[in-house]
Design a binder for this molecule. Structure first.
Ligand code: AHR
Length: 626
């Protein structure tokens, strides 16, 4: 097999920004993940209607100390903090002198991860009807407790910092009140001082650093299915608890206590503490281009709805124009002023926006997209408005939307596909035949699924095809980015974490390699000779090179943490799906062991059934008898 490279020939230039990241709040990627807030359900807004397992006290436990007593209830009445943060915690205090009563928060995963020597900033909105005020003691596992005095029956923000003497990963935060009367609390917050780049309301450092280490050219956000699904209406105080809203940027900015909680497509609540301002700031902090996705008013991801309300469509188009002003407008503009007030007078330099994600109704999508595009381009000539090719089509081009995109001269089309490792290997040439003029490709979501390390190798092979076609494929991002190990809706994922640790998958390491070593230009090459296509083992796990003439017993498939996912002692007389690849000898189950009787070769044994889990580096072991 011969590869001929002509160093004088000039292939397409590869942009430094070709590879980026796609952040979606899936798998608890925001609250309990990248957003550094440690308190879960800090504003007591969780409702059974959001998720059957929720109520106002989700993650909170009423707690008494030294004979304290009372009742802790979550209340939505006219005493609320504000119209968007409607429910608060009401503590009616009835305890003996010296006693305290209140609540304890369990945080995420195993609890609060606190580090010895680190500082934590606590804040709470509170009001007390006790004429002498209420002493509120804030306790954090490992830290000396601090006491605040809440005075007056008007909402005020109180803050105190705590210093941890111990490192724990299962801490708790308690807020306990002394005396009598009624104390109301809301927006109970605890942040590590040490956030990424030291930002207030900032991001968890280890997770943000892992993204920064990828050196991303762009950050696509906030989704994904999250963007388009749910109600197309925004927050409306008059209707009380409008939930399951599509992701609308105006819901996510301003003081955090005024950002209404929303329940998202992935089955859990989002506080929007990580909102549009924070996304823009994060993109800037990692040196990446921000790339927002706005809802197109046509749903995808299994929800087939399109708006027939022209006023609603006009409102969303205006919201998108306002978003551009929020990002780029001068501080004298309406939305530029809001950005400046939040702490960033300089523009964020937004140049591109994507309209929609994986819409199932192509005609309805197109009708809306053209209106978004016309309005954006009229107001901002030169702005890149990105369209898409429809739902995850597993690599099959949806001609319907591509044809429309081409005919309309759209700048860029977002494609998504999740497929098997073998598909990625066999489709390395996908873009070789794409038209060289017309819309460019933004590969906004892709990942090889099934067989772990082999996934990453097949992705790497595929990315050589993206780079070879860098004149057509302008941007690409693996998906999804994050997964909290205790709350997984989708796998595989690139960066995994619990409350105090994080680690990259093999695909993370592979992306890091590519993203930090982007070439300047393709050097054309030709290859001659017989191409031997690798034969991937799809949906299988294996133990390589089982020995010749051997007997095996007790095959185990184990996660890195030692958990045994699957074991087989062969005592039931059959091989339960274990088969040799390219069998050269005869195999059988004899006396509760798997026996290889061939003396001439070693084989790779695989279990052809998926064991249901592909995101760990699984190891396979067996006891071998000669
Ligand atoms: O990345 C996970 C999901 O896959 C995204 O939300 C969606 O766009 C795609 O179907």
């Amino acid at each position: 097999y011969t590869i001929t490279v002509d160093p004088r020939a000039k292939g397409p230039a590869i942009s430094d920004d070709m590879y980026g990241v796609f952040f979606e709040d899936i798998n608890y990627a925001a609250d309990g993940g990248l957003y550094a807030e440690l308190v879960r359900n800090r504003s007591f807004e969780f409702l059974p209607a959001d998720n059957g397992s929720y109520n106002g006290l989700t993650a909170w436990t009423p707690t008494a100390d030294s004979g304290g007593s009372g009742s802790a209830t979550t209340v939505n009445d006219d005493a609320r903090l504000n119209e968007r943060n409607r429910t608060y915690l009401k503590l009616d205090l009835t305890g003996v002198a010296g006693g305290r009563y209140g609540v304890t928060n369990a945080g995420y995963n195993t609890g609060f991860a606190v580090k010895a020597g680190a500082r934590y900033d606590f804040s709470v909105w509170a009001r007390s009807d006790n004429p002498t005020g209420t002493a509120l003691t804030v306790g954090l596992t490992g830290a000396a407790a601090r006491t605040l005095i809440v005075r007056g029956d008007k909402w005020r923000k109180y803050s105190v910092s705590l210093s941890s003497g111990r490192t724990v990963d299962d801490g708790r935060l308690s807020v306990l009140a002394a005396g009598g009367g009624t104390l109301r609390l809301d927006e109970v917050s605890l942040f590590p001082r040490d956030t990424f780049k030291g930002r207030a309301n900032g991001l968890r450092k280890d997770l943000a650093q892992k993204v920064a280490a990828l050196n991303p050219g762009f950050v696509r956000f906030p989704g994904g299915c999250l963007v388009n699904t749910g109600s197309m209406y925004g927050y409306d105080a008059a209707s009380g608890f409008p939930r399951s809203r599509s992701y609308q940027w105006k819901d996510t900015i301003g003081p955090v206590e005024t950002r209404a909680t929303n329940s998202n497509f992935w089955g859990y609540n989002q506080s929007y503490g990580l909102g549009y301002y924070e996304y823009f700031q994060f993109a800037e902090d990692v040196g990446a281009m921000p790339l927002p996705v706005v809802p197109a008013l046509v749903t995808g991801c299994g929800q087939n709805r399109a708006t027939d309300d022209p006023a609603l469509l006009r409102r969303h188009i205006q919201d998108t124009l306002d978003l551009i002003e929020f990002a780029n407008g001068p501080v004298t503009s309406t939305w530029g002023r809001v950005r400046a007030k939040m702490g960033h007078p300089r523009p964020f330099g937004l140049t591109s926006i994507a309209v929609g994600n994986e819409e199932n109704l192509p005609d309805a999508y197109w009708a809306n997209f053209v209106q978004f595009r016309a309005a954006i381009e009229a107001a901002h000539p030169g702005f890149t408005v990105i369209s898409n090719s429809g739902p995850d089509d597993q690599g099959t081009t949806f001609d319907n939307l591509w044809a429309k995109n081409r005919a309309a001269g759209v700048a860029m089309v977002d494609e998504h596909y999740y497929n098997s490792p073998s598909w990625f290997l066999q489709n390395n040439n996908r873009y070789d035949t794409y038209a060289r003029s017309g819309p460019k490709v933004f590969l906004g979501e892709y990942a090889s699924q099934d067989a772990k390390l082999f996934n990453s190798l097949s992705e790497a092979a595929y990315m050589t095809g993206l780079e070879r076609n860098a004149d057509v494929v302008k941007m690409a991002s693996y998906a999804p980015l994050f997964a909290n190990i205790d709350n997984v809706q989708w796998r595989p994922d690139m960066i995994w974490f619990d409350n105090d640790e994080s680690w990259g998958s093999t695909s993370y390491q592979m992306q890091k390699l590519f993203m930090n070593n982007v070439g300047d230009r393709v050097v054309p090459s030709t290859a001659t000779g017989a191409v031997v296509q690798p034969q991937p083992i799809t949906g299988a796990i294996g133990l390589s090179t089982w020995a010749t003439s051997a007997r095996y017993d007790d095959v185990r498939v184990t996660r890195p943490d030692g958990t045994v996912l699957y074991s087989d002692d062969f005592n039931d007389g059959d091989a339960d799906g274990w088969t040799p690849v390219q069998p050269r000898g005869s195999w059988s189950v004899v006396d509760g062991a798997y026996v290889q009787s061939d003396t001439s070769a070693q084989d790779t044994m695989v279990k052809a059934a998926t064991i249901g889990e592909t995101d760990y580096d699984l190891s396979v072991t067996a006891t071998k008898f000669a």
